[in-house]
Design a protein. Structure first.
Length: 147
């Protein structure tokens, strides 16, 4: 009987460890999907601006967790929070953010903080090139915003 109790206790401990490890992996996966959504929506805004030769605005709705450009909507995965948005050393307050793109597809450099559970990451989109960079924290994001 004691052996059965010991085996069940060990199995419960191993299941708990596996669960915690798996949760972090799942959180990182969803954050990766959110990063891809940012990349795709930014690329679409740049293409539209260049194709039309007109300035455009990529609308970010933090509450709905989506980007919208000319009737195209890009949804951030469920459970991922857009915790913060910064543009050129200023924090954007409110749930609606408009990211402007010039007629040649350039935008200001902007940073988005994504969170899911205990895991978070900062994504910086470099304005002139559209390069998307994942950084380790707000300090690194602010360094890229000031370039």
């Amino acid at each position: 009987m004691i052996e059965v109790v010991v085996v069940v206790t060990i199995m419960a401990l191993l299941a708990t460890i596996a669960s915690v490890s798996l949760r972090g992996t799942i959180d990182r996966y969803y954050l990766s999907q959110a990063r891809q959504t940012i990349e795709i929506s930014d690329a679409k805004a740049r293409r539209v601006a260049r194709a039309t030769g007109q300035p455009v605005v990529l609308n970010l709705d933090r509450l709905k967790k989506q980007f919208e450009i000319q009737k195209s909507t890009f949804q951030i995965p469920a459970g991922v929070e857009i915790a913060s948005v910064e543009m050129a050393s200023r924090v954007i307050v409110g749930s609606q953010v408009g990211i402007p793109y010039s007629d040649n597809g350039w935008s200001p450099t902007y940073a988005i903080e994504l969170k899911r559970g205990e895991v978070g990451q900062w994504i910086v989109v470099i304005g002139p090139s559209g390069q998307v960079v994942r950084v380790n924290g707000e300090g690194e994001a602010n360094e890229l915003l000031t370039l």
